[in-house]
Design a protein around this ligand. Structure first.
Ligand code: SAM
Length: 98
């Protein structure tokens, strides 16, 4: 997940679907709040958070089966960011952008 804010959706996916979720957000404070939320909801083992920039994702190529971003793309240089999204996704992976 790219741009988690305070972690609502990441925790939901971990809690309700059982997904392993790797999350980045550019704001340190968002990451701290999201980590606290994951701890409270007992999903810290499944939802991992770190500071990172959507334009230079701190992940190797072809790492993920799916990538999701909610209410973030309006803040991005979409040409650069979407190339990054494609780089970290495996072939035939899913991407969800609103
Ligand atoms: C409107 S909030 C949406 C947060 C969350 N997805 C939600 O729906 O509640 C936008 C988020 O995008 C993050 N963001 C903005 N630019 C970013 C970038 N270049 N890389 C990663 N995150 C970014 C902000 O820090 C903020 O947490």
């Amino acid at each position: 997940m790219v741009g988690c804010g305070t972690g609502f959706s990441a925790c939901y996916l971990a809690r309700e679907i059982g997904c392993e979720v790797l999350v980045i957000d550019i704001e340190e404070l968002s990451i701290e709040k999201a980590k606290e939320k994951a701890k409270r909801q007992k999903v810290s083992d499944k939802a991992k958070f770190r500071v990172g920039d959507a334009h230079a994702l701190p992940f190797e190529a072809e790492t993920f089966d799916a990538l999701r971003t909610e209410f973030v793309s309006q803040f991005l240089d979409r040409e650069r960011a979407f190339k990054e999204f494609a780089r970290v996704l495996r072939p035939r992976a899913y991407v969800g952008i609103n």
